[in-house]
Design a protein around this ligand. Structure first.
Ligand code: UTP
Length: 311
């Protein structure tokens, strides 16, 4: 059996749910306290034993490449000032086995994945979405690799979502659970209306796939939203070889969504050694003020928008 060595991180989407912040900045670079989201994903890949990572980028995504490049001037400056701890932080994102490919037009997740065909070759590989942070004792990508080693087949991570949210996800039609949170799947359906959703098990941002997916993607017609949908390709793959769904029981943080981003920031802030105590105190105080109706009005003075300045 071939070892799973390669991961691809699609990061070429427009990030419209996070406008205007993503007008000129990649959403994958939005920081959680002090670390860009995509760095969490790269760290999960490395912790799972992945050796080579291809990031799919597009227009306005250069900051992602720069983040993982060296910055000799900054490094020299920190060295001269004796800031060894900061230097270490800056240097830990360089020298990794990272590669980049461009998706000329964001025609959908399936199309982004297709750009990795030559990089992947004839091996099983992992897809990790650039805006989904997963937290668990064993990294989710490692859980999928472990499951692949038992099943010798593609494994897609899924998670229960509220029924009314099924239209935001790929949803599976599961057969009976085969044990260990593993499901055989009858069908993979992209963004079904809640009335038509075959279950509440949604495809989340981690996939382990066999390379046969590329032949399917090459001939796939656009699906929901006029985009080349990875879910449609997986459904076709499942007709010729088994594709399992593996239920994730850890925490998922959707950083591409505004509320998801806020929750993630608070959760990680409460663990961050430099800010956790202050943040905890602040939240407790805020909760008391919210409860008593005494809400802080300081921000209101600055909250006029740019439209007003134009008048
Ligand atoms: P999303 O649908 O969450 O990303 O795709 P998006 O389109 O950028 O975001 P919204 O919905 O407009 O806010 C999941 C992942 O797939 C990548 C995105 O960058 C994101 O990390 N993607 C999506 C591509 O790389 N190319 C595409 O054509 C579409």
């Amino acid at each position: 059996m071939q070892k799973v060595r390669k991961a691809i991180i699609p990061a070429a989407g427009y990030g419209t749910r996070f406008l205007p912040a993503t007008k000129a900045m990649p959403k994958e670079m939005i920081p959680i306290v002090d670390k860009p989201t995509i760095q969490f994903i790269v760290e999960e890949a490395i912790a799972s034993g992945i050796e080579d990572i291809l990031i799919i980028t597009g227009k306005l995504k250069r900051p992602i490449e720069d983040h993982f490049d060296s910055n000799p001037e900054l490094e020299e400056n920190l060295r001269a000032k004796g800031k060894a701890d900061l230097l270490e932080l800056v240097e830990e994102t360089t020298g990794l086995n990272l590669y980049f490919a461009r998706q000329a037009y964001p025609l959908g997740l399936g199309h982004a994945v297709l750009q990795a065909k030559a990089f992947v070759g004839n091996e099983p590989f992992v897809i990790m979405l650039g805006d989904d942070i997963m937290a668990d004792e064993v990294p989710l990508t490692k859980q999928l690799i472990d499951s692949y080693e038992k099943t010798h087949a593609s494994n897609i991570a899924v998670m229960k979502v509220p029924h009314e949210e099924t239209s935001s996800y790929g949803i599976i039609d599961p057969e009976a659970e085969a044990g260990d949170g593993l499901y055989n799947v009858r069908k993979f359906v992209e963004k079904p209306d809640p009335d038509d959703a075959p279950s509440d098990l949604a495809i989340i941002g981690r996939y382990l796939l066999t390379p046969e997916i590329f032949n399917i993607l090459e001939h796939l017609e656009p699906g929901k939203g006029g985009e080349i949908q990875l879910t449609d390709a997986i459904d076709i793959l499942n007709k010729t070889q088994r594709v399992f769904a593996k239920e994730f029981k850890g925490e998922r943080y959707d950083v591409g969504d505004k509320f998801g981003f806020l929750k993630t920031t608070i959760q990680y802030g409460l663990k961050h050694p430099q800010v956790k105590d202050g943040l905890r105190e602040y939240i407790l105080e805020l909760a008391k003020d919210l409860e008593s109706g005494k809400v802080d009005n300081k921000m209101n003075a600055e909250s006029h928008d740019l439209e007003e300045a134009k008048d």
